[in-house]
Design a protein around this ligand. Structure first.
Ligand SMILES: Cc1cc2nc3c(=O)[nH]c(=O)nc-3n(C[C@H](O)[C@H](O)[C@H](O)COP(=O)(O)O)c2cc1C
Length: 192
């Protein structure tokens, strides 16, 4: 069984989502003997933004990285994504990754009956961090976006481990992190 762990916070050791994504992965490692984990830190090692040069495969190193990232995504049974809210949406580094894994003919396709996701059967856990409170609010362009784009790829098993209001005060941050840790569920699938 393979787990892909993605982080995308720019806040390094002070990051809420890095702490939470690591805790989710630790739970999976505890529960699934032999679990293979691959890690990509999109802040330390960003994927190039998608441009016309990317589509033309003008840079072989960039094209190879995009190919590797898509393959990692396709191979994963479980994906843990650290997603901070930046300016009401996801981080641009995470968006750049999504642009490389949402690939027509590989992870989705259009048919006469509409779009069809080709990456079904995976489980995704998103470790979400926000400075303010946005759950079920029209200001949330982060979690609903992730649910939409993952659903478009066929992934319907999506859970959020969320710490929000972390910028209100140190106590808010402590309480939100504690609640988020407590909300981490035991993995459902235990076979490696
Ligand atoms: C560049 C930047 C933009 C942010 N934009 C928002 C925002 O639009 N709404 C919000 O509630 N919090 C915002 N925040 C606060 C972050 O969501 C919060 O710090 C969260 O913990 C980020 O996750 P991280 O700690 O893993 O980076 C922003 C933080 C940064 C650094």
């Amino acid at each position: 069984m393979k787990l892909l762990h993605i982080d995308s916070s720019a806040l390094g050791a002070n990051s809420v989502t890095r702490e939470l994504s690591a805790a989710v992965v630790a739970r999976w490692l505890d529960a699934v003997p032999g679990l293979q984990v691959e890690y990509r830190d999109l802040d330390a090692e960003p994927i190039a933004h998608l441009t016309g040069r990317s589509l033309a495969k003008a840079d072989p190193a960039e094209a190879a990285d995009a190919e590797r990232s898509l393959q990692q995504f396709l191979d994963a049974d479980v994906i843990v994504i650290g997603s901070p809210m930046y300016n009401f949406g996801i981080s641009s580094t995470l968006k750049a990754w999504i642009d490389r894994v949402a690939v027509a003919g590989k992870t989705f396709r259009y048919t006469e009956n509409g779009p069809e996701g080709l990456a079904g059967g995976k489980q995704v856990i998103v470790a979400s961090g926000r400075g303010g409170f946005h759950t079920d609010a029209p200001t949330d362009f982060q979690e609903p976006y992730l649910r939409q784009v993952l659903g478009f790829l066929g992934i319907t098993q999506v859970e959020f481990v969320r710490a929000e209001g972390v910028a209100y005060s140190p106590q808010h941050r402590t309480d939100a992190l504690a609640a988020a840790h407590a909300s981490i569920k035991a993995p459902l699938r235990l076979a490696a």
